[in-house]
Design a binder for this molecule. Structure first.
Ligand SMILES: Nc1ncnc2c1ncn2[C@@H]1O[C@H](COP(=O)(O)OP(=O)(O)OP(=O)(O)O)[C@@H](O)[C@H]1O
Length: 646
């Protein structure tokens, strides 16, 4: 397993780097290098801590100072004022910081509106509040600052700086190993899906709230532990030293520079920034630190928003060559600076090579599409199995005729707008229901209610006999409801295959990644996207994106599939192809509700038609009877049939 192999690698890296301190004098390594490495390790831990939440899940935080501050003050106050053993204060600091993180997360993640800049503002407020609290509370700081006593440490560790280096190394390696493990497990996939399209992830079965809480807790734990060591490093903790904007600014620049979606990004970013900073200070340009940081951030956002890591992975050898060449030439010429200057020049050359605009990444190979086993001429016949079948357990999901969805007197109001008004409806296993009605009649609202994206204002709803009112969308997905969106919302950072694998991993019958990827191929074949499995969503057209929505939806193994205008914006040939796919999905045993304006399509596909008008149920029955109902013609067909010529 990747995660287990990788963790062994981290143990080796830890031991190798620890040896530098233990045998520093024997190796002739000047203390200066160890202090610099210690600083870099502190920032590696902090940037990695920030990245687990903000990079992986996309919840951008300005509150890193709060976790560092809580960690630093816990160690300073417990050790300096109450004589608690330093080694005990470190885990306590980590736990306090994690508890703070969970409180912030518990407040912010409950509400959907606390996303994006609102979440960033909330996290920005937290260190300010803590700073004010520490300043006025004499038990903590009282505006005086707190001295941190130096703990005893074994003689073999050498001097205090060696000891500090080893502590920072331990926390940094644990942090990076944790980030690595998260990235390569379900946890990391869940966070990536949250970053790309949170509502979709939730609808596919990802328990988004739980994963965000876990992520912020990890951020708090690491941030607090590293903050505890920071207290030891600075020796005298003040409000300004921990709760200011410097720490969040640095971790953001480091992670953005290195790359936010990969565990190695913050490591790379932290090392590069610490080296640049150190050389600026050594050259007497200390005051330029923030100017340089700001400039780097501005350039990066434009030039390489995906960060150095992604570029480095694409062309590692030119970067290594630039590093070796520039460092080597400067060393041979020996006309300027110290060995560290030469090395940093080499690093900057490598960064320039990595960032240099080059050819775009090779686009995914497009295999020719698999032959379509469905005879498009059959459109209009609603029975019969054709072509591929869904993976196991995909026969009738529910006994034929069994009530799968039951809505009773369901209403949903938006202020004064009655989007749905007392609708009662039953869906039975094996049906393919066309849900139609004029614009604004409440079709999407009904889909949102059944999938859990919205809660009804009143009424009851059950799926497969289970009450779903108030149930989180991911739980409703596990009960057996899946949906597509009118505007496709793929996970942009994942391949087409992995978009589908995600749904399998978190769906009704969760599978591990490797099995999910294999099964994803079958789902893609059903919608005829197998030839695009390796493509990114950005490389496929609208029709293919709609089909991807369907593949992802069936991958959760739903009992009921809600297709919300899945044919919108398609040309006639694409519509026919999509209709064939819908027919194939239905033939595999999934009950389908299709919201569609094209009545020709509804007539061809549906076994039953439900008409909504102004939020109320207008008609419900077999297509022929419903379409000839005078009320339906008056309310809907008259206008639309005329307007669309259908
Ligand atoms: N989030 C919301 N806030 C306020 N009003 C809303 C919201 N969502 C829907 N509505 C209103 O509820 C009514 C029903 O909207 P809904 O989108 O369900 O209709 P629809 O039948 O799907 O329409 P269309 O065919 O145009 O997609 C409309 O008047 C719409 O403006």
């Amino acid at each position: 397993m990747i995660a287990a192999r990788g963790l062994g690698g981290f143990a080796v890296v830890f031991m190798a780097l620890a040896a530098l301190a233990v045998w520093r004098e024997d190796l002739g390594l000047p203390m200066f290098y160890l202090v610099l490495a210690s600083t870099a390790l502190f920032w590696v831990a902090q940037a990695t801590s920030w990245n687990v939440l903000s990079g992986y899940s996309g919840y951008f935080s300005f509150g890193q100072g709060a976790f560092v501050g809580v960690g630093a003050y816990t160690t300073a106050v417990l050790g300096g004022r109450h004589g608690v053993d330093f080694y005990l204060t470190v885990p306590v600091a980590a736990v306090f910081s994690a508890v703070l993180a969970l409180i912030v997360g518990g407040l912010a993640f409950r509400l959907r509106s606390f996303r994006g800049e609102i979440f960033a503002l909330l996290t920005l407020a937290v260190p300010f509040i803590l700073a004010a609290f520490a300043r006025v509370n004499s038990e903590i700081d009282g505006g005086q600052g707190v001295v941190v006593p130096v703990p005893e440490f074994p003689e073999w560790m050498g001097q205090f700086q060696d000891f500090l280096y080893l502590l920072n190394l331990l926390v940094a390696v644990v942090a990076v190993a944790a980030a690595f493990a998260i990235q390569h497990t379900r946890f990391g996939w869940a966070l990536a899906s949250i970053r790309d399209a949170e509502d979709v992830a939730e609808g596919l079965g990802v328990a988004t709230f739980r994963y965000k809480m876990l992520a912020i807790a990890v951020t708090g734990l690491i941030g607090g532990a590293a903050g505890s060591l920071f207290a030891l490093q600075i020796g005298f903790v003040t409000v300004e030293s921990v709760f200011g904007l410097t720490i969040p600014l640095f971790v953001i620049v480091m992670s953005v520079l290195g790359g936010r979606t990969h565990w190695f990004g913050p490591v790379l970013g932290a090392v590069v920034i610490v080296l640049i900073q150190d050389r600026l200070s050594a050259s007497g340009f200390e005051g330029w630190n923030l100017i340089v940081l700001g400039a780097i951030l501005a350039v990066l956002v434009v030039v390489a928003p995906d960060g150095l890591q992604a570029r480095l992975w694409r062309r590692p050898w030119p970067a290594v060559a630039a590093l070796v060449l520039v460092t080597g030439v400067l060393a041979v010429v020996d006309a300027w600076g110290t060995p560290l200057d030469w090395f940093v020049s080499g690093v900057l050359a490598a960064v320039a090579v990595v960032l240099w605009p080059g050819h775009a990444p090779a686009s995914a190979e497009r295999r020719p599409p698999a032959p379509d086993h469905v005879d498009l001429g059959e459109i209009g016949e609603s029975t019969g199995h054709s072509g591929q079948q869904l993976p196991e357990n995909s026969k009738i999901n529910g006994e034929p005729g069994e009530v799968l969805v039951e809505c009773r007197e369901v209403s949903r109001y938006f202020g004064g707008v009655r989007a749905l008004d007392g609708v009662s409806l039953q869906l039975r296993a094996g049906e393919l229901v066309g849900l139609v009605g004029p614009n604004g009649s409440g079709k999407t609202t009904l889909v949102n209610l059944v999938s859990g994206a919205l809660r009804p204002t009143s009424g009851t709803m059950a799926v497969a006999g289970r009450d779903i009112v108030g149930l989180a969308p991911h739980r409703i997905a596990h009960v057996g409801v899946s949906r597509t969106h009118q505007i496709p919302k793929p996970f942009e950072s994942m391949t087409v295959r992995d978009n589908v694998a995600m749904a399998i991993m978190f769906g009704r019958q969760p599978r591990p990644l490797t099995a999910a990827r294999e099964e994803a191929e079958q789902c893609l074949d059903i919608v005829h996207l197998g030839h695009l499995a390796g493509a990114r969503p950005a490389e496929i057209n609208l029709h293919e994106r709609q089909l991807l929505e369907m593949a992802r939806a069936i991958a959760t193994k739903p009992k009921v599939l809600l297709l919300d205008e899945a044919l919108a914006g398609l040309n006639p040939a694409e519509i026919d192809a999509a209709v064939a796919v819908v027919r194939r999905i239905h033939a595999s045993g999934i009950t389908i509700v299709i919201v569609e304006h094209l009545l020709r399509v509804v007539n061809q596909l549906a076994t039953r038609v439900v008409v909504l008008n102004r939020g109320r149920l207008l008609a419900d029955g077999d297509p022929r009877t419903v379409m000839s109902d005078p009320d339906v013609i008056r309310a809907y067909l008259g206008r639309h049939a005329h307007a669309r010529g259908s």
